[in-house]
Design a protein around this ligand. Structure first.
Ligand code: FES
Length: 712
């Protein structure tokens, strides 16, 4: 963390401010107070500018981070004038608003500092706040003096330790290797200010045999509190209250559940289960976190020769490389022995950003609204942790990594590099130039070893380095004939290689095949129903790991839709009278069918438009590479039956798993990699489908489950 001045977020939750002056929704004066508060906020909010100043003392053990946060003098002047003119209500309200913003700003600063240290697997201690803990009041004076000197600030502290401007706080954190406090900022439970209106609530996170504590201020959205503290949970709609997936066990929570929650949460669980994005923190909570289930590892179509571990040491001169694929849903990392050109281990984990929404747009919006680098820090930390785990598991000793190659969709790479992704979400979807240069590991990771990092470049905002990597993995440049690459993941990208062109396009397929927007959907983890068949009107299910079924993943969703159409529970238009249960309370709902229709229509229309652009028909295609983790496990016949892939070329389909990961691994093995990637980049053309009338027409045509014909 560098010393510096930070502009901080304005938390102006007016409901919470009203509550802090004891005005509740049930209060008689609530309507008039609310309207006064809204007017005051509109008039004066521009005067409140929360700023944080940070100094890092590396000479102390542990390292000490000094902070000074202020909302400035202007609002104080207004508050004083209100008091002087006997306008007590307004004075009180503005005072409470300024307090709220000041405390919210300290939270934001905490988030910035803790995110920075998280990458190095270091954690912040509790907040040492003079007067509220064992810290002498004189420390406050020391911090103010240091800040004055360093930043030439016009601030003062009296002998009674009153800071001017008054709406300011001076405190410090210590840096620790242990995540013992798990992100406690100011610890209200240890604070003597019992009547403080900014009092925070304790949220105890129980996980297997451990318990961590985080805090939320009154009025904060519970999902946001969990996000801020890097707690990973399913939140595909990013907190928009539409997916109903942010279900958490909060023991004896005491909340009154909304109608939607009552409908979604089985009666027997209602006492202990809530949906995180529905609740504003206003009480202490005990939350039980589930241990993440193991994910299937798809390693791509390259034959990864998994050997039994043997001990490697860097003294042998053996060097290793790391291939990484950052998917919107999952992150996959392969450790490869560069001498033997073998993959020694592969890991796959949930992308920690999933708590901020299932799709890239939700994440871009979160970053925009919160001006946050948290998502970037979390992915960098995940990649390094997975790499370290692979090194330890394979008993590799010493400074052994020589190179890392990363591929991913454009948004994921923007987030990795902390590039502002705002423009990716709005037309004309401009991208910045990615210098095709090596990074040093120290520029991205807090890693002990030093190695070079290569990031595969993107073609456009929605055809990313993962597709470049897939084209490379499938040796497109060496092949003759007409070849399609279809990557069905959270988005659907298609590429068509002919003898002299590579045309690419992205379709807004949505995350249906990743099961994010499917009611009982879940990732391909233990317990997910992954295959469905029908025996005399009864579903026969298969689950991953042969476990008790807990949801349904993408491959089985395709089976279900095909079977329900064959048995006429779904008609050609996609109409389904009512939900059909597949197992106990795990079912397929009419709205799930719509999501699948949208996704498969987008992919198939994209394929058709590429063929049209190249002057080809489906019968001209020699190979269709079906890429993407989910693509490895689907039933090709059912996929063709529902119209996800063209029926005419079933025998030409090659399922190639995670081609993006396979491409980054191939890059590590081959001398000529850079040249070949550059050839792919030079050859790739991008076709924008969002403005194509042809795409729109075909998209609508392909919605149906009837006879799917490629228009010729
Ligand atoms: S309903 Fe809570 S995250 Fe979607």
């Amino acid at each position: 963390m560098k010393k510096g001045k930070y502009e901080l977020r304005i938390d102006d939750n007016l409901e919470a401010v009203l509550k802090s002056i004891d005005c509740h929704k049930s209060s008689l004066n609530y309507p008039s107070y609310k309207s006064t508060m809204e007017n005051l906020s509109e008039k004066y909010i521009a005067l409140i500018k929360p700023i944080g100043y940070v100094l890092v003392d590396e000479n102390t053990v542990p390292i000490r981070i000094q902070c000074f946060v202020t909302v400035g003098e202007a609002i104080e002047t207004v508050i004083n004038t209100c008091f002087e003119t006997h306008n007590y209500l307004e004075a009180m309200m503005l005072n409470a608003l300024a307090d709220r913003i000041l405390f919210g700003a300290t939270h934001h600063l905490y988030e910035l500092i803790s995110t920075h240290y998280l990458e190095a697997q270091k954690f912040l201690s509790t907040r040492f706040e003079p007067g509220n803990s064992d810290v002498s009041m004189s420390v406050q004076g020391d911090i103010v003096d240091s800040m004055k000197r360093e930043y030439a600030l016009d601030i003062n502290i009296t002998e009674a330790y009153m800071i001017s401007p008054m709406k300011s706080l001076a405190y410090y954190y210590e840096i620790s290797d242990e995540n013992c406090s798990f992100g406690i900022d100011h610890d209200c439970s240890a604070c003597g200010a019992e009547s403080c209106h900014q009092r925070k609530y304790i949220i105890r996170l129980h996980k297997e045999n451990s318990m961590h504590i985080i805090q939320g201020i009154y009025g904060e959205n519970l999902l946001k509190v969990l996000q801020r503290n890097h707690v990973i949970l399913d939140a595909p709609c990013g907190g928009n209250k539409t997916c109903m997936k942010c279900k958490i066990t909060a023991k004896a929570h005491g909340y009154t559940l909304s109608q939607e929650e009552l409908e979604r949460i089985p009666e027997s669980e209602q006492k202990d289960v809530i949906l995180a994005c529905y609740h504003m923190v206003d009480r202490d909570l005990d939350i039980v976190l589930e241990t993440p289930k193991e994910h299937i590892v798809e390693t791509g179509f390259i034959e990864f020769d998994l050997k039994l571990p043997q001990i490697y040491t860097s003294d042998d001169g053996v060097k290793f490389g790391v291939g990484v694929d950052i998917g919107t849903t999952t992150v996959a990392v392969s450790l490869v022995n560069l001498s033997t050109r073998k993959v020694v281990g592969t890991k796959k984990k949930i992308n920690p950003q999933k708590s901020y929404g299932a799709d890239v747009i939700s994440r871009i919006m979160y970053i925009n609204e919160n001006k946050s680098h948290t998502l970037g820090a979390s992915i960098r930390s995940t990649i390094m942790t997975m790499t370290d785990e692979l090194i330890v598991e394979n008993q590799i000793v010493g400074n052994c990594i020589e190179e890392m190659v990363i591929s991913g969709n454009t948004t994921m790479i923007y987030i990795l590099l902390d590039i502002d992704p705002k423009e990716l979400a709005v037309a004309p979807f401009k991208t910045v130039e990615l210098n095709f240069e090596d990074y040093q590991s120290s520029q991205l990771f807090k890693s002990k070893s030093n190695f070079k990092v290569r990031i595969l470049p993107w073609i456009s905002a929605y055809v990313g380095g993962d597709i470049v990597s897939g084209l490379y993995a499938t040796h497109m440049m060496d092949q003759t004939g007409n070849i399609l690459l279809v990557d069905v993941g959270t988005n659907g990208e298609v590429a068509l290689k002919t003898d002299n062109r590579i045309i690419t396009a992205a379709t807004a397929a949505g995350p249906a095949f990743e099961a994010a927007n499917i009611k009982c959907g879940m990732g391909a983890v233990d317990g997910a129903i992954c295959e469905l068949q029908m025996d005399r009107d009864e579903f026969v299910i298969e689950t991953i790991g042969d476990q008790e079924p807990i949801g349904i993943c993408g491959s089985a969703i395709i089976d279900a839709i095909a079977l329900l159409h064959k048995t006429q529970k779904i008609d050609d238009t996609g109409f389904m009278k009512q939900e059909v249960m597949v197992f106990d309370n795990i079912g397929i709902y009419p709205e799930d069918v719509r999501q699948v229709q949208l996704a498969k229509a987008a992919v198939s229309a994209g394929i058709e438009v590429l063929l049209l652009e190249a002057g080809l028909t489906i019968s001209d295609i020699d190979i269709l590479f079906l890429a993407g983790g989910f693509g490895s496990h689907i039933d090709i016949n059912n996929s063709a039956y529902i119209g996800l892939i063209p029926e005419g070329i079933l025998e030409k389909v090659i399922v190639c798993g995670n081609a993006s990961l396979a491409g980054s691994v191939r890059y590590l093995f081959e001398q000529n990699s850079l040249h070949e990637i550059q050839c792919i980049m030079n050859k790739c053309e991008y076709l924008e489908l969002s403005t194509s009338m042809e795409f729109n027409t075909r998209y609508v045509c392909n919605m149906s489950f009837g006879d799917l014909k490629i228009m010729e």
